[in-house]
Design a protein around this ligand. Structure first.
Ligand code: PLP
Length: 1008
């Protein structure tokens, strides 16, 4: 490159200028830059900047426009983009005159300490979704921004792709030139027109892998260089980022999908934008190839230009081999839409017109004549290799004979291990096409096959590769309402091809061909592979019959379940299993975004037994979090009770059934009188909502007294009673009809547990709130409190607390509600119910979580008097509440607690835990307090016993370290510094010791 014709400032000169204009003493390091001079400045206090001395002729207005972009983004906040430093004179851009008399501009931005994405990805697995989230948020933020300078003609604008045609001839490599020409043609013949109809706004336009920085945790901490910003079509921003992100990726589409999913989640895309996205990515690559060729033509000695284009050329070549329709459908899937447009209409047509569809084979399709074939089991030898076709055939037909069935059925979406040749390998390293998109019907070879509907033969071919289809026929069907779809008949005999030549019209019921023998059928056991396709995606006879499991959504949309046409009354569709990361992505597409997931690296649990959970990789975890699977995960007696009753009858409470009365009798028998009336519901929230209705009906009032930091459920009525929600992120504060009593926290609150009057004094604070309501002339309907404050941080109520409050509330005409959703059912060891620790009897008790050991069940237990007050003529109907299956489960849970002596276990193991934890606490100042009863325990961590400064971070670190040791615990409390222990009450002494040993070690590791 020729030397610039203007003054090059030395680092010393840069420091002088910097000090002069920004009043900062700093050292400087020169950074690369094509024409502008860039210096990395480090000040004495360690702050760092990038100091730019622009080349003569730089447009000051253009820099001012960039300043406005950065200013706009900074105002919205939360974006990792550089901030501008104002000069002594208070401006972002400072003009100077250099030694050559040229006018130069100075500008300083804060320094972002990171590694460029392109470098980081050479040695790390990066989370590409971050790019999507960042760009999505940035585009959403820039929607409101505009600047006249952004409205410009710019060759790097994808909308200007056509202008690159004049350079495409300069591309030296024939293959690259051919790819680029093809892309330019596609752009000019449709894409440009479609792009013109998509939304416009100002975009960054250059989120390439050298403009993205990541920190030490591989999290994006910088998007730099706003010099390419432009007003154009919004989708171009994403296309540019994808073009660079996809380079060098083993599965470029999977990487794109991750980014698109994340983008769409924060800034929803339009279907029209996604339809052209794949082409726009290609356009960006084509632009890059053209620009480099033009540059090379000017500087033929600059080989670096060719080297830097290697990634572009490679991706161009790989994209040329990908199927654009599949790419489009994968992108649609990333947005949570129907992947193959029109598929649902075809499914609906086939569903509605089931009676119009004729049989495909002559054998009866009655369920009794069908046998599901265990293809993996029968086809593979002990080493997992495919057995010869004759042996597999004998095994399959013998299994069918044994089941007295004429037809063997191979399932739709079955994940098969029988596809082993290179033919089944995908572009993704390690992934094979294994997911079956058709249904196999194993019948003797030469079985005739019939068209189920009128159609035209569009494929009649011998796919003669080993393990391919052999002879295959595809019919095209058109419905009277204008839908088109296809049916495929694979693994036929060669004699079938002349029966169904391409172009032949076939009537419903007419012969299509015959089931083929091995080896001519591709060398498989004789069977028909029957498949429905809504779109042939340009693949003709090679349309996939098995797909990569990672593309299950796309391919099951292109190829709906063939049983829509076969009409077999059996379960012939397998469950698609996904890797944890795929499940996370899938959740983000189709589930509400407010659902949270535990742990940065989420766990996929596939099995539970007792107090243990097992992941998809077979790792065993000790579960100390789940107070729902109270008597142990998947307790066999509960499973059996559920299955038994579900197999017999499940209906609503308007019919008489033994279960509801047996269960109600046994449940109320665990309560003190006069609590004798049950209402069965489906969750803790429903129970609390009904408790509210009861209290309101009884008192004729609406006002409620609650305890601070409480959580009582997810219904609107209960968010109003839950400071844990209404006083935290997204909450609207305390509603007018609610007053909050302070938590009776004897460790941290104003009254300490060593005060003998602690309970009464906290009760008085609650009664103050009651009096405040009364003073306003609106005494409350009820006081509601958990019997032990769970979300409050495992706070045990001080002696006498409830007694005093209950007396005052009742004297004021209100009711007392005990929320036992977390602590009930013997967890506290010494008693069945937490309120019994306080020696009170509430008017209403609400039950949930453990009541059904995981089955959605809840209950409200109250007095006859309260129940009668609610009986005002309006029926209480609850569709599922109290159904025979739920009652069978609830009753079995009670029986197991009794038969396995689990309440005593909670007491014994809980006492052991408490004793040992107190010993550990005595040795470790990080533990502020240990509190608990039975298997409901809290360990509050503090940095300082005097100030009680919460050790929130340490609590989180310990929870994560314990997870790494296969022990699951959670944290809670207003400061999230309380380690919460509430395992299934089958948790035994060995588990306790395992926990205690590991906990003490982790404690030591986080203690300085
Ligand atoms: C104390 C308490 N009450 C009520 C509920 C609401 O129960 P569910 O989630 O079953 O609706 C919860 C749930 O966490 C709870 O902890």
């Amino acid at each position: 490159m020729s030397r610039p014709d203007f003054h090059i400032y030395s680092v010393q000169e840069a420091c002088v200028l910097f000090a002069q204009h920004f009043n900062l003493a700093a050292t400087a390091i020169r950074l690369p830059g094509e024409r502008d001079l860039n210096f990395h400045m480090t000040c004495e206090d360690g702050t760092q900047f990038i100091f730019k001395i622009y080349a003569p002729g730089t447009d000051q207005d253009w820099l001012a426009a960039q300043d406005q972009v950065l200013d706009h983004i900074a105002r919205i906040g939360g974006f990792p983009v550089p901030q501008l430093l104002l000069s002594k004179a208070g401006s972002t851009t400072t003009p100077i005159t250099d030694d050559d008399g040229n006018r130069r501009l100075l500008r300083t931005l804060n320094w972002i300490d990171g590694t460029v994405w392109a470098k980081a990805r050479e040695s790390h697995d990066l989370d590409f979704a971050q790019i999507g989230t960042l760009l999505g948020r940035l585009d959403a933020c820039m929607k409101e921004f505009d600047h006249p300078a952004a409205h410009r003609d710019f060759l790097w604008d994808i909308a200007q792709t056509s202008k690159h045609r004049e350079f495409s001839d300069l591309i030296g490599d024939d293959d690259v030139r051919a790819c680029v020409t093809d892309i330019l043609d596609r752009f000019d013949h449709g894409i440009a027109e479609k792009l013109a109809k998509t939304p416009r706004q100002v975009i960054h336009n250059d989120a390439n892998d050298y403009n993205l920085l990541v920190d030490g945790n591989l999290t994006i901490n910088g998007l730099i260089d706003f010099g390419d910003f432009i007003e154009t079509h919004r989708i171009c921003n994403l296309a540019v980022a994808l073009a660079y992100a996809m380079m060098d990726q083993p599965d470029p589409l999977a990487c794109a999908v991750d980014i698109i999913t994340a983008y769409h989640r924060v800034n929803p895309l339009g279907e029209d934008e996604v339809a052209i996205l794949y082409d726009l990515i290609a356009c960006r690559l084509a632009q890059s190839a053209c620009m480099a060729a033009q540059q090379y033509a000017k500087e033929p000695d600059n080989d670096y230009l060719l080297i830097s284009q290697a990634g572009v050329n490679d991706l161009l070549a790989r994209m040329a081999k990908l199927n654009p329709a599949i790419a489009h459908y994968r992108f649609r899937d990333a947005c949570g839409w129907e992947p193959c447009p029109g598929s649902r209409k075809v499914v609906n047509w086939l569903t509605v017109n089931a009676d119009q569809i004729g049989p495909v084979i002559p054998q009866s399709m009655d369920a009794s004549n069908l046998h599901i074939v265990d293809l993996n089991g029968l086809s593979l030898d002990p080493d997992g290799k495919l057995r010869p076709a004759n042996i597999v055939t004998d095994a399959i037909f013998a299994a069918m004979d044994a089941a007295n069935a004429e037809v063997g059925v191979g399932k739709y979406l079955e994940n098969r291990k029988v596809y082993q040749g290179p033919f089944f390998e995908t572009a993704t390293r390690g992934e094979w096409r294994s997911l079956h998109l058709g249904i196999d019907l194993f019948v003797p070879d030469q079985t005739p096959l019939f068209a189920p509907l009128d159609g035209v033969v569009v494929v009649s071919n011998d796919n003669a590769r080993d393990f391919d289809y052999g002879p295959i026929i595809i019919l095209e069907h058109k419905t009277s309402c204008g839908l088109t779809f296809y049916t495929k008949y694979g693994h036929l005999s060669r004699t079938s091809l002349p029966v169904s030549p391409v172009g032949k019209t076939v009537r419903k019921g007419e012969l299509v061909g015959y089931v083929g023998p091995y080896p001519e059928n591709g060398n498989w056991a004789p069977h028909l592979h029957f498949q429905i396709m809504v779109d042939l995606v340009g693949m003709g006879a090679d349309i996939c019959g098995v797909a990569a499991a990672s593309e299950a959504n796309v391919w099951s949309s292109i190829c709906p379940n063939p049983n829509l046409m076969l009409g077999m009354a059996i379960d012939c569709q397998d469950i698609v299993e996904r890797a944890p990361a795929k499940i996370t992505a899938e959740r983000s597409r189709h589930l509400g975004p407010n659902l949270s997931i535990s742990y940065k690296k989420p766990l996929k649990m596939v099995r539970g037994a007792g107090q243990y959970l097992y992941t998809d990789t077979g790792e065993k975890y000790l579960d100390m979090v789940n107070n729902v699977c109270h008597i142990g995960h998947s307790h066999p007696r509960v499973v059996a009770a559920a299955a038994r009753q579900a197999a017999e009858l499940n209906t609503n409470t308007r019919y008489l059934h033994d279960n509801i009365v047996n269960y109600a009798n046994e449940l109320v028998a665990t309560f003190p009188d006069p609590l004798s009336v049950c209402f069965f519901v489906n969750s803790g929230s429903e129970a609390n909502d009904l408790a509210l209705r009861l209290a309101q009906a009884y008192s004729g009032r609406r006002e409620m007294l609650i305890v601070d930091h409480a959580y009582h459920g997810n219904l609107t009525s209960l968010i109003d009673l839950s400071p844990y929600k209404f006083n935290r992120k997204g909450g609207k504060g305390c509603p007018d009809h609610v007053k909050i009593c302070p938590m009776p926290d004897g460790f941290r609150g104003p009254i300490r547990s060593d005060d003998p009057e602690c309970g009464r004094k906290y009760a008085d604070l609650a009664i103050d709130q009651l009096r405040a309501f009364e003073a306003e002339g609106r005494p409350p309907a009820a006081f509601i409190a958990e019997s032990v404050l769970g979300c409050g941080g495992q706070i045990f109520l001080p002696d006498g607390y409830l007694k005093h409050i209950y007396a005052a509330v009742r004297a004021s005409g209100g009711l007392c509600i005990a929320d036992e959703v977390q602590v009930g059912f013997g967890r506290v060891g010494s008693h069945m119910w937490g309120f019994e620790l306080q020696d009170v009897v509430p008017d209403i008790v609400t039950l949930g979580k453990p009541i059904g050991n995981g089955h959605p069940l809840g209950a409200v237990i109250t007095t006859r008097e309260v129940a009668n007050a609610f009986y005002n003529g309006m029926e209480y109907f609850n569709t599922f509440g109290g159904n025979p299956v739920s009652c069978a489960i609830g009753r079995e849970v009670l029986h197991v607690i009794r038969d396995e002596r689990l309440q005593a276990n909670a007491r014994i193991v809980g006492d052991h835990m408490m004793a040992r934890l107190r010993e550990i606490a005595a040795r470790n100042p990080l533990i502020g307090e240990v509190r608990g009863a039975g298997l409901f325990i809290g360990i509050e961590l503090v940095h300082n016993l005097e100030t009680k400064e919460p050790a929130t971070e340490k609590a989180g670190q310990i929870a994560n370290m314990m997870k790494d040791r296969n022990i699951l615990i959670s944290t809670d409390g207003p400061m999230d510094n309380v380690i919460k222990i509430k395992p299934p009450i089958t948790f035994d002494l060995d588990d306790a010791n395992t926990f205690l040993g590991n906990f003490e070690e982790c404690l030591a590791l986080v203690t300085p």
